[in-house]
Design a protein around this ligand. Structure first.
Ligand code: TMP
Length: 216
């Protein structure tokens, strides 16, 4: 790979899939190779977008319809892309984001029933279809994932449990939605079984990068 080529890599998955751990491990690994890495997340990633995150993901964040959630998410995302992601890509950096538009498709679309067509229209209008070079989907059994994320939220005394609190049927729809998207775009997605040791998952991620990005 040319060291000056920027790449945009995203991590997706349901609650408790271990994304945040893997995102950090990958960033450390790439930095260890001397690459310039920007680690970010959605909703959020910029001070303005983090304010929108607070409105959305805290349990007392407000009574938003799926469409309203979508509009807030896209407002945050457009800001995130304009002020952080695009400039970093143009500077030849590797941007790793913990969630991106696939989460809107999964949560607000497949999960909460917002029209996927409307989400695509927003995506095309607001982002000109901008999408990641590579997306890791960490797939985990819904009950196992929820148990993990409930433990983490309690440990961190976090109030970011708006979606964790929805019923198991919602989380099953999310999981099926993510897998459906991955099946439709096999070149962009790499599905990883997240019910494996952390190191094994990290190794699979490194191998995929070597095969799909560096070798391209
Ligand atoms: P996190 O817990 O992985 O940091 O994600 C925050 C929550 O926001 C998570 O429950 C998923 C939700 N979310 C959406 O509902 N739609 C989106 O587009 C994004 C990016 C996140």
């Amino acid at each position: 790979m040319g060291q000056n080529q920027g790449y945009f890599i995203t991590f997706e998955g349901g609650e408790g899939s271990g994304k945040s751990t893997q995102v950090k491990l990958l960033a450390d690994h790439l930095r260890g190779q001397g690459r310039d890495v920007v680690l970010t997340r959605e909703p959020g990633g910029t001070p303005e977008a983090e304010k929108i995150r607070d409105l959305l993901v805290r349990n007392d964040g407000g009574d938003w319809s799926p469409l309203e959630e979508c509009l807030l998410l896209f407002a945050a995302r457009v800001h995130h892309i304009r002020t952080l992601i695009k400039p970093a890509l143009e500077a030849g950096k590797i941007i790793i984001s913990d969630r991106f538009t696939d989460s809107t498709r999964a949560y607000q679309g497949y999960g909460l029933g917002m029209s996927l067509k409307k989400i695509e229209a927003l995506n095309n209008d607001c982002l000109d279809g901008f999408k990641p070079d590579l997306t890791f989907l960490l797939d985990i059994d819904v009950k196992d994932g929820l148990a993990r994320s409930t433990r983490r939220l309690a440990d961190e005394q976090s109030s970011e449990d708006r979606y964790e609190n929805l019923d198991i049927g919602f989380h099953e729809k999310l999981r099926a939605g993510f897998l459906d998207m991955a099946g439709r775009e096999p070149l962009r997605f790499r599905v990883i079984d997240a019910d494996n040791p952390v190191d094994e998952i990290a190794d699979k991620i490194k191998v995929t990068l070597a095969e799909r990005l560096w070798a391209a």
